[in-house]
Write a protein that binds this ligand. Structure first.
Ligand code: FES
Ligand SMILES: [Fe+2]
Length: 304
């Protein structure tokens, strides 16, 4: 996966990464994340010596390096090899390095820059202002589908009465909808209009963040981290501002339960869609009620 235009992608939750290196597959590649003091480092999880997983090694805190478990070679945060234990008398070639990627930690996620680097400084990570300072409950899960299909599924209002007829589509049997679209910085907002009145509105921020205003004090968020062509790791979050005793416990439980119940209904359908990446789904017949899907495809095509 190599986009034409670079972006910051949240791909790991901050609380997944402790003192030990974390190995995960993202963008179809094995990556290792590790903490170097206050910074997070992201590298290819493949030792340039003979291909072992660096994530099975450990962090040398004093030296600020990750140590390969196989022959003890060490790599600094920029990927450079800094130590070859059994050849300490020999100079290390300057190009002996593990691939490393720009990374930031913000808003409870670890973000990786994917795609060509811009001229000059990298942009700031765009945090959603409305959710700042709100409390939240988290959940996560694996979807067996390409990330573009998962994103489209949550931007799709018209599947609710069919896929979710016993949950969130329960009272939508004879639903006729209109969708108002609006551009927002970095993405779009889709507002559902029912009986002439505005109902829910969702927001999508490229490349992989989705937000739904459920009520004035409750918002749902999803982050879609591409694993490979047929798997996506989804981080769910419910933000709330409700000053009731025990609410945190209740909301955390609700977040996990509702996401599991609802997504379970989506999984088989989304996994069945052919092709995976919507970039090549050029023969599909999109309808006016697919307006958010059309808006997503426009962004996806512009970046790939
Ligand atoms: S494979 Fe990593 S040190 Fe040899
Ligand atoms: Fe759904």
């Amino acid at each position: 996966m190599n986009p034409k235009v670079g972006s910051w992608w949240p791909v790991v939750a901050s609380n997944q990464l402790g003192r030990r290196p974390l190995g995960v597959t993202r963008f179809g590649e094995p990556l290792v994340f590790w903490r170097n003091g206050a910074d997070v480092v992201c590298m290819s999880d493949r030792c340039p010596h003979r291909g072992a997983a660096l994530s099975l090694g450990h962090v040398n805190k004093q030296a600020g390096s990750i140590v390969c478990p196989f022959h003890g070679l060490e790599f600094a945060a920029d990927g450079r090899c800094t130590c070859i234990p059994v050849e300490q008398d020999t100079a290390i070639p300057a190009d002996f390095a593990a691939a490393s990627f720009p990374v930031r930690e913000a808003d409870g996620y670890i973000w990786v820059w994917r795609g060509p680097l811009p001229q000059g400084e990298l942009p700031e990570v765009a945090i959603h202002p409305e959710t700042q300072g709100m409390r939240h409950g988290d959940s996560s899960g694996n979807w067996n589908a390409h990330y573009t299909r998962c994103i489209e599924n949550v931007c799709d209002f018209s599947h609710l009465p069919f896929v979710h007829k016993t949950t969130i589509g329960l009272f939508k049997k004879d639903w006729v909808i209109q969708i108002n679209m609006q551009d927002v910085p970095g993405g779009f907002r889709a507002r559902l209009v029912q009986d002439g009145k505005s109902a829910q509105s969702l927001e999508f921020l490229y490349p992989n963040r989705w937000l739904l205003r459920l009520a004035p004090r409750i918002m749902l968020g999803l982050v879609f981290a591409p694993i490979d062509e047929t798997h996506t790791f989804v981080y769910g979050r419910t933000w709330y501002r409700l000053p009731l005793p025990g609410i945190q416990w209740l909301m955390n439980g609700y977040t996990r339960f509702s996401q599991f119940m609802v997504f379970r209904e989506d999984w088989p359908i989304v996994a069945s869609q052919i092709p995976g990446d919507v970039l090549t789904a050029t023969d599909e017949k999109l309808l006016p009620s697919d307006a958010p899907v059309i808006a997503y495809r426009k962004l996806h095509h512009a970046h790939n």
